[in-house]
Design a protein around this ligand. Structure first.
Ligand code: X2X
Length: 346
């Protein structure tokens, strides 16, 4: 061995020792030195936290063989959330924790979650994603060219705005609302009499600050972490019109490049991280007294919590959207979801 090679090798061994990793942790030669994990929201949000937990567990359990780095802001596709799925399939992105909304342009079935007022409560979400429907959707994602491993959750999307309290569809009349991804959102907000406009999350915040849009819809945890009250979003209505699950995925070539033992580790780590992520995401909203809502109120936000009767008025006003999209998503799949929800344990 030449002296230089020897020194480099011993330096590498010393680094591994310093990291507390045994020398046999060295990765097979075909492994990348870094795997790129895409997320929209970073570690200040439950979403990014869930991705970080996954990366940490994988690094620990593979003794550093698989080293994952987070790329928040969907930066690997220049912030264009709706291009994330294709980029994973093509290998521009190695791994992701992504939203069903952002991937719905490529995977029609994912619009299931955006059907207005399908999910009355968290038990309904669990019955669908953790049951047969969730498995069917995973098969569809797999067929579309990306390997799904676990379900996480961004959360129930509530509506905020800078103008006035919303308690009935007429209150939305003419309001300019920023929406995401799928054309389904344009249909829903148009049916409610609002004026929806599609833009990325990166563009949404300046648009709220400048008053170019009046409102937006996102989970309360996102509203809080992004401090949307500082960009004029003073009114929040809890209407729970849809829940936005997240999916932990890996590019298929990357997956195939790993040993079966490492594949098993990555999968189990995704399941464990997703479970923790869902708990973080529901914290403050799933308890009966909703502590997060109290915090909102304390920040001076006017919170309108719809009664079941008020909620029904919104559901009735968007029924045509539900009916129009059901066959596009897949009548069988939607039927299966409706049945799972009706049969849920509460
Ligand atoms: O853009 C949004 O609203 C966000 C962050 O919730 C998603 O990526 C779906």
């Amino acid at each position: 061995m030449q002296l230089r090679t020897f020194l480099t090798a011993s330096a590498a061994a010393a680094t591994l020792l310093a990291l507390g990793l045994p020398a046999h942790a060295q990765a097979p030669a075909n492994y990348k030195s870094e795997y790129r994990l895409s997320v929209v929201l970073g570690t200040a949000f439950p979403w990014g936290k869930g991705a970080e937990i996954w990366a940490d567990k994988v690094r620990e359990r593979t003794q550093g063989r698989i080293n994952i780095k987070l790329y928040p802001g969907t930066s690997l596709v220049q912030g264009d959330q709706t291009r994330e799925f294709s980029a994973i399939r093509q290998g521009v992105i190695d791994m992701a924790v992504g939203s069903t909304i952002n991937w719905s342009p490529q995977v029609k079935a994912l619009n299931l979650f955006s059907l207005p007022f399908l999910f009355p409560d968290y038990a309904a979400v669990d019955a669908v994603v953790q049951g047969q429907v969730g498995q069917e959707i995973f098969k569809t994602i797999d067929k579309a060219g990306v390997l799904p491993l676990a379900w996480g959750e961004n959360g129930y999307r509530e509506i905020s705005n800078s103008k006035k309290a919303i308690s009935k569809p007429e209150d939305l009349k003419g309001m300019k609302i920023r929406v995401v991804g799928s054309p389904l959102f344009l249909d829903t907000f148009t049916a409610l009499g609002a004026n929806p406009t599609q833009m990325s999350w990166a563009d949404a915040q300046p648009a709220m600050a400048s008053g170019a849009v009046d409102g937006q819809e996102n989970p309360v945890s996102v509203y809080m972490a992004a401090k949307l009250s500082t960009v004029g979003q003073k009114y929040m209505t809890l209407w729970g019109y849809m829940n936005d699950p997240l999916i932990y995925v890996v590019n298929k070539d990357v997956w195939a490049s790993w040993t079966p033992a490492d594949q098993a580790i990555v999968k189990q780590a995704a399941l464990d991280a997703a479970k923790e992520q869902i708990a973080i995401s529901r914290k403050g909203m799933s308890e009966a007294d909703k502590p997060l809502v109290k915090e909102l109120t304390a920040q001076g936000v006017t919170v309108t919590d719809l009664s079941p009767a008020q909620r029904k008025v919104f559901a009735d006003a968007t029924k045509s959207v539900y009916t129009k999209w059901k066959p596009q998503i897949g009548t069988n799949l939607v039927d299966m979801a409706e049945k799972a929800i009706a049969a849920r344990k509460q």
